[in-house]
Design a protein around this ligand. Structure first.
Ligand SMILES: Cc1cc2nc3c(=O)[nH]c(=O)nc-3n(C[C@H](O)[C@H](O)[C@H](O)COP(=O)(O)OP(=O)(O)OC[C@H]3O[C@@H](n4cnc5c(N)ncnc54)[C@H](O)[C@@H]3O)c2cc1C
Length: 418
């Protein structure tokens, strides 16, 4: 597993030409924030541009896996995050109402310092990382400033940004990191294909204060159903007692306009767990779901990481987690390259390792997760049921399963790639 060095915050000793930033980061999601934080702490001058205010409160990632918790701990963020989240050692798998399997992350003791999942929403993580980054004088944050284009020469990159008042500026640096999310301007500007597909159905995420624990559900549950699968997770939200979040597919013919979206959300909750009263709905949102990997994560001095480089369905909670793993790998390699310890071939190793993980681990697992949860073929459904039961009953199989879902295997596999 890559170690995330806990470095002090020296005055920047590595700058670009004429005292400029050595690295520009486009996008201040969790991925861009971690790249900037690690570079800044290593004494590298960084400028991070975000078109918004960095803290997005949309309900997106909420599950942080053990491998990522180890990284966040090394960065000094875990102690700040744990009180904001919910520690969840258990994950349950259902087929409809039938519980198939229960796994306890305690089986991962000795493999990770955090043998549990932390349910902690993305905005809490971003707020924490942003505060840590602002304390580092090597990092300049430019919010409400959109990157609109980029180009490169042999010895530099140039980035064009547009401030909220429409004013445009040009900035030069030695490297540019495109951490600007799924619709990445950087990926498009450098002409990199985003290979893969988009599912026809969308994905609805619904928050309700209804306490599903009273119906026997754990804090993390995957529910297979050939008509409509579900993920049911608890999040801390605005503080104890927290709130449950149901994720369900939305077919193309289901209404999502205006009040009808709220009706759709209510119908999904009722179908999942019928009750005479209607559910209180704290929030709902809808997302397009795609499985895509960029054809390369590097063009010269321009690198892609996180959602700009790969996208997957939320089933398995691997998008942000694997993006954070990209961020650490990339930052460590940029530190070595800019510090003169390695040639910039180190950046090709970043691409080989992290693209391999995106394809062989994250894409494979998330596509299979969706197929398993929505399986209609009775023979395949039975095979899935048998497999999950067998895994849960055998500690060695259960541990091997959790090593994959917790993304520990993916980091170890990547580290073997030269
Ligand atoms: C419903 C749902 C649930 C999810 N659950 C999980 C989960 O439990 N676990 C998990 O690991 N993942 C989950 N994900 C995926 C996760 O949200 C993403 O993988 C994660 O946000 C990627 O982080 P990022 O930093 O790469 O990109 P983003 O978080 O998208 O951040 C990109 C940033 O770039 C900025 N930006 C964009 N364009 C520009 C521009 N031109 N100039 C400047 N700034 C720009 C944006 O303002 C934004 O701040 C979920 C996603 C969804 C939709």
């Amino acid at each position: 597993m890559p170690s995330a060095p806990r470095l002090s915050s020296p005055l920047s000793r590595i700058r670009g030409r004429e005292g400029r930033a050595a690295v520009i980061v486009a996008g201040g999601g969790p991925v861009g924030l971690i790249v900037a934080l690690m570079l800044g702490r290593a004494g590298i001058a960084v400028t991070l541009f975000d078109k918004g205010d960095i803290i997005h409160s949309q309900p997106r990632a909420a599950t942080i896996h053990p491998a990522t918790l180890d990284i966040l701990d090394a960065l000094g963020a875990y102690a700040l995050l744990e009180p904001q989240g919910i520690v969840c050692p258990i994950v349950n798998y259902y087929d409809g109402k039938l519980k198939l399997a229960s796994f306890d992350h305690a089986l991962l003791k000795g493999e990770t310092r955090h043998p549990w999942v932390l349910q902690c929403e993305q905005d809490k993580l971003s707020r924490t990382l942003f505060a840590m980054g602002k304390a580092n004088s090597n990092i300049a944050f430019r919010t409400a400033t959109k990157v609109i284009g980029c180009s490169q020469r042999d010895d530099a990159v140039e980035v064009v940004v547009e401030a909220a008042d429409g004013r445009q500026e040009r900035h030069e640096a030695l490297y540019l990191v495109g951490a600007d999310g799924a619709r990445s301007t950087i990926r498009k500007a450098i002409g990199v294909e985003f290979e893969g597909f988009t599912y026809p159905e969308r994905c609805m995420i619904i928050g309700t204060p209804y306490d599903f624990a009273a119906d026997g559900y754990a804090y993390r549950n995957y529910i297979a159903d050939p008509e409509e699968w579900y993920n049911l997770f608890k999040i801390s939200w605005q503080g104890p007692p927290g709130i449950y979040r149901l994720v369900a597919p939305v077919r193309p013919d289901e209404p999502l306009d205006g009040d009808r979206a709220l009706e759709t959300a209510q119908r999904k909750l009722q179908r999942f767990n019928p009750r005479p009263d209607s559910y209180d709905i704290a929030f709902y949102d809808c997302y397009t779901v795609a499985q895509r990997v960029a054809a390369t994560f590097r063009k010269g001095r321009i690198l892609l990481a996180g959602d700009s480089a790969h996208l997957n369905s939320p089933i398995g909670a691997m998008g942000m987690n694997s993006g954070i793993h990209d961020a650490v790998n990339l930052a460590e390699n940029l530190i070595r390259v800019l510090g003169g310890e390695e040639s910039d071939a180190a950046l090709d190793r970043y691409v080989r390792q992290r693209r391999h993980v995106a394809i062989a681990h994250v894409q494979t697992a998330t596509i299979a997760n969706k197929q398993n949860l929505e399986q209609r073929d009775p023979i395949k459904r039975q095979r899935y049921r048998d497999e999950m039961r067998r895994r849960a009953e055998d500690p060695a199989l259960a541990k091997a399963f959790l090593m994959r879902t917790a993304l520990i295997d993916s980091l170890r596999d990547a580290a073997k790639i030269p």
